[in-house]
Write a protein that binds this ligand. Structure first.
Ligand code: ATP
Ligand code: MG
Length: 708
């Protein structure tokens, strides 16, 4: 133990983590749950191998599944290098499978293929589209995207075009169009890439060619294996057969491989990923050091208890490998469960709670709202906007920027300019909007492809929005609706690194926040409808949905709030029930079962200060008047406020609009608040902003008034 105690590589690690770090060169497998320090362990193992002279830093290849994770790994290694005995740790190659393969192929291509030029095909849709047309299929955008995803799955699963139909049957997979058609498109796509001017390689080809170069060319393999001697893979439960083939080619008959993963966080099966390799590691390498970690360093015991209960209910082989997590952090608040009558009420309550957390000192960047499908983000974008809380959508575009939403708004705009339609206002508006959106993909039944489903959900969200607005403005017409949509789109904050994170559960993997809101936890959303359809529940699909909830719960360090709504919109009959995964988890004592929702902001909007008309959109709510109603603003005061905002933003190193948005600044200049009460009456100014900036603002306004 003495020798271990002096090794800087295990400083700050527990005994099991240390065992994985100090294991002799050779196969090591860390099988452990969320937040147990897997990622931390592998960086320390690399440091140990390098510092001990077992391998040179430049001979280590660490693979991750996203470039963000690779960047994080490089960062952590560099930090360790600065403190540990191996200052050259920065030379460790930390890359995604694709980036590593791209680099290697560039180097080996001339030796393996010769003069044939190749190019990376980073936009494959045009080629898939052409292949679809040649196969007699529609090349509508969604169809092409779904076909492209299907080809990606086949290649990641090492399935050639001619084997596709059989593989689909074997995997019980539902193809987006008939299997024979997918096969034709796949074969056509592969052919089209081999043009006369050279070869186009997509991302999966990079992996295939790299593996083939090493498998078929001993000289290449020898040179490579001399260069790289030690391999590390994070999130190994997500490896696809194609990536595994590359890894095997890298290794040859060597076994210097460290893998870490959690089978219970497998959430990418639809791309061909499988925990099979992780779970069979010690069968393949019987001499492997296998370490299990149970201590959870990320979350409070309260969050850990809930995580354990969620995954306890899982069934099947993967579930059999789970370990009970033991929370290591000091206790924190109990997770909160909350039920709402409808989605707008749920979103309003979440925004209110987010605002409360920020007021109590939690940084906005340490808060995340996580949902199952991207279409859910609209309600939360709007609710946060109404409270002037900055946010960013991770791994996706904000609602009004998505292609299908832009197309839909454009179609509604065209409809509004037609003069052959009768005036429609009130209840008829929903039918009109629906009629316009049906041809864009708002199908009655759930379509087959993922992309088509996503599109349908976004269009349905627009119809829902129309219904909700009619609840507030019963006489709304199409022109009014378009004005509201435009105002909402305009009011959205630009992306920022300081804001609250909105993300899908898939995009949240591996990340952590102080506060996490898991929203929309209704049956049909999580688990998602298509695993429940046709009376026959897709058990494997259902288990993957359960793992998504587990991933969500385990992202929270301290605050965790789970919520669901009984209906989609305010005017829809209550037809939903809370997710089956929460069965038995909501304590009887929880007030959550029926929490009074705060009034949505739209409902308690005061009228315009100038003309008294109801305030329709976020911008006018912030201003406290219609956008068109003119209020005199003293240019000197406005300039003084702007100067102050600029100075403050510079001092705090944050964008100016995070201090106050333009609208809030305008509202201050117009309303000239002289005390705190008048200040908080302006939307966008909560307790945090009041305590940080209130005195400054009141001082500027007072000084200005005294001068006049
Ligand atoms: P996931 O399964 O979500 O990827 P993980 O197992 O990779 O999680 P890490 O991200 O490595 O977990 O660690 C989770 C958190 O716990 C991090 O903030 C990390 O710094 C901290 N942590 C890990 N090990 C220890 C330890 N021995 N002592 C203190 N903190 C630790
Ligand atoms: Mg990790």
């Amino acid at each position: 133990m003495r020798a271990e105690a002096v090794s800087p590589a295990i400083a700050g690690l527990d005994p099991e983590q240390s065992a994985a770090v100090l294991a002799p060169r050779g196969p090591v497998c860390v099988l452990a749950g969320a937040g147990t320090g897997k990622t931390r362990t592998i960086t320390h193992r690399i440091a140990h191998l390098v510092a001990g002279g077992h391998v040179a830093a430049g001979q280590v290849l660490a693979v991750t599944f996203t470039s963000r994770a690779a960047g994080e790994m490089r960062h952590r290694l560099a930090a360790l290098g600065a403190t540990a005995a191996a200052p050259d740790l920065g030379q460790v190659q930390a890359r995604t499978f694709h980036a590593a393969a791209l680099r290697q192929l560039r180097y080996f291509w001339p030796q393996v293929v010769g003069d044939v030029p190749w190019q990376l095909l980073d936009r494959k849709y045009p080629v898939v589209s052409q292949a679809a047309r040649l196969a007699g299929l529609s090349n509508a955008a969604d169809n092409v995207r779904d076909l492209a995803s299907e080809i990606e799955w086949a290649k990641a699963s090492l399935v050639a075009p001619e084997d596709y139909a059989a593989a689909v049957a074997r995997h019980r997979r539902t193809p987006p169009v008939a299997a024979a058609k997918v096969e034709a498109v796949y074969a056509g796509y592969e052919q089209l890439k081999n043009g006369s001017a050279g070869v186009l390689l997509d991302f999966d080809d990079l992996l295939l060619h790299t593996a083939a170069a090493l498998e078929g060319h001993p000289a290449v393999a020898e040179e490579f294996r001399d260069r790289y001697r030690s391999f590390v893979v994070d999130e190994y439960q997500d490896v696809t057969p194609l990536q595994q083939r590359v890894l095997d080619a890298w290794l040859g008959d060597r076994d210097d491989l460290t893998v870490v993963g959690d089978a219970n966080q497998t959430i990418y099966s639809f791309t061909g990923a499988s925990p099979h390799q992780l779970l069979n590691f010690s069968r393949r390498f019987p001499e492997a050091t296998v370490v299990r970690l149970e201590r959870d360093y990320r979350s409070t015991p309260q969050v850990v208890t809930l995580a354990n209960r969620v995954i306890d209910a899982a069934r099947g082989r993967i579930a059999g490998t789970r370990l009970k997590l033991v929370g290591q952090r000091p206790p924190g608040p109990e997770p909160v469960f909350a039920e709402y009558p409808d989605e707008p009420a749920e979103a309003a309550a979440v925004a209110e709670a987010v605002s409360g957390l920020i007021d109590s000192g939690v940084a906005a960047a340490e808060i995340a709202v996580l949902f199952r499908v991207n279409a859910q983000s609209e309600a939360y974008e709007q609710a946060l906007t109404e409270r002037a809380i900055a946010y960013q959508v991770r791994g996706g575009e904000t609602f009004f920027h998505r292609t299908e939403v832009r197309q839909a708004v454009e179609a509604l705009r065209r409809t509004a300019t037609r003069d052959d339609l009768p005036e429609v206002a009130g209840a008829g508006l929903v039918s009109l909007v629906t009629a316009v959106l049906v041809p864009l993909g708002l199908t009655k039944d759930e379509p087959a492809g993922d992309r088509a489903r996503e599109r349908r959900a976004a269009l349905a969200a627009l119809v829902q929005l129309t219904e909700d607005l009619l609840g507030v403005f019963p006489d709304l017409d199409l022109a009014g609706l378009l004005r509201e949509l435009a105002a909402r789109a305009d009011a959205r904050h630009p992306p920022t690194v300081q804001g609250v994170t909105l993300a899908s559960l898939h995009a949240a993997k591996g990340l952590e926040w102080d506060a996490v809101f898991l929203v929309g936890l209704a049956d049909g959303t999580l688990p998602i409808a298509h695993v429940l359809q046709d009376g026959a529940v897709d058990e494997a699909g259902l288990e993957e949905e359960r793992r998504l909830l587990y991933v969500g719960v385990t992202r929270a360090r301290v605050h965790l709030r789970l919520s669901w709504a009984l209906a989609r919109g305010e005017n829809v009959r209550k037809t939903r029930r809370r997710s089956r995964f929460l069965q038995g988890l909501v304590p009887d004592s929880s007030p959550a079962s029926r929490i009074a929702a705060p009034e949505p902001v739209g409902r308690r909007r005061p009228g315009c200060r100038v003309c008294g008309a109801p305030l329709l959109d976020a911008k006018s709510t912030l201003l406290g008047r219609c956008v068109g109603c003119v209020v005199e603003v003293d240019p000197d005061l406005f300039a003084a406020l702007q100067q102050w905002r600029q100075d403050t933003a510079r001092d705090l190193k944050m964008p100016a609009f995070v201090v106050f948005s333009d609208n809030t600044l305008t509202a201050i200049a117009e309303q000239q608040p002289l005390d705190e009460r008048a200040l908080v009456a302006i939307p966008g100014i909560g307790a945090t902003k009041l305590s940080r900036f209130g005195a400054d603002v009141v001082r500027i306004v007072t000084k200005h008034q005294n001068r006049r």
